[in-house]
Design a protein around this ligand. Structure first.
Ligand code: HEM
Length: 145
């Protein structure tokens, strides 16, 4: 990941590597599991998704490509299609992430830089308008219903 500072180090290295990413993921899912807008679309047991997110964020921050090695190309928007992601939920996700970045001890200016990249990705995930929040997902294969 390119950044306007410390060009010889990745954000992953700058924030302290694996330990910091793990602290971030723990702080993030602790909040997701309690957030009224997010809780309903996440599974009860957040352990598997936290494990995949750890691998994804490691590579997103410029560390080893753990996620792609295991799951192939991230194609995150496609992977999020089964879940109604409204603008309200994207803001909820980002507010949990903003607090988690702080709790994990990630300092400025890198914190703002990473949050900006995560904000762009979160907007890209939106696939449902706010007023269709509760509508059931249309199957992409109606023949199976
Ligand atoms: C915009 C708001 C977002 C919402 C509401 C959301 C919600 C979800 C949900 C419900 C899941 C599936 C949980 C399950 O397995 O049942 C998921 C998986 C995942 N999300 Fe998000 N997400 C959002 C944004 C993001 C962003 C910005 C990223 C990356 C920076 C991200 C990365 C991931 C990853 C890596 C997975 C696991 C994918 C897999 O199955 O391999 N999400 N998300």
């Amino acid at each position: 990941m390119l950044q306007p500072f410390a060009p010889d180090q990745t954000p992953y290295e700058l924030i302290g590597g694996a330990e910091t990413v793990q602290r971030l993921v723990n702080a993030f899912y602790k909040r997701v599991g309690q957030h009224p807008d997010l809780k309903p679309i996440f599974p009860e047991d957040l352990t598997p998704v936290a494990r995949r997110q750890y691998k994804f964020l490691t590579q997103f921050f410029g560390g080893p490509p753990l996620y792609s090695q295991e799951y192939g190309p991230p194609m995150l928007r496609a992977r999020h299609m089964p879940f109604p992601i409204t603008p309200k939920r994207a803001w909820a996700w980002l507010s949990c992430m903003s607090e988690a970045l702080e709790e994990a001890g990630i300092e400025e200016p890198i914190r703002g830089f990473l949050f900006e990249r995560l904000t762009m990705t979160a907007h890209h995930m939106i696939n449902t308008p706010d007023d269709e929040e509760a509508a059931p997902r249309k199957s992409i294969d109606p023949g199976r219903e």
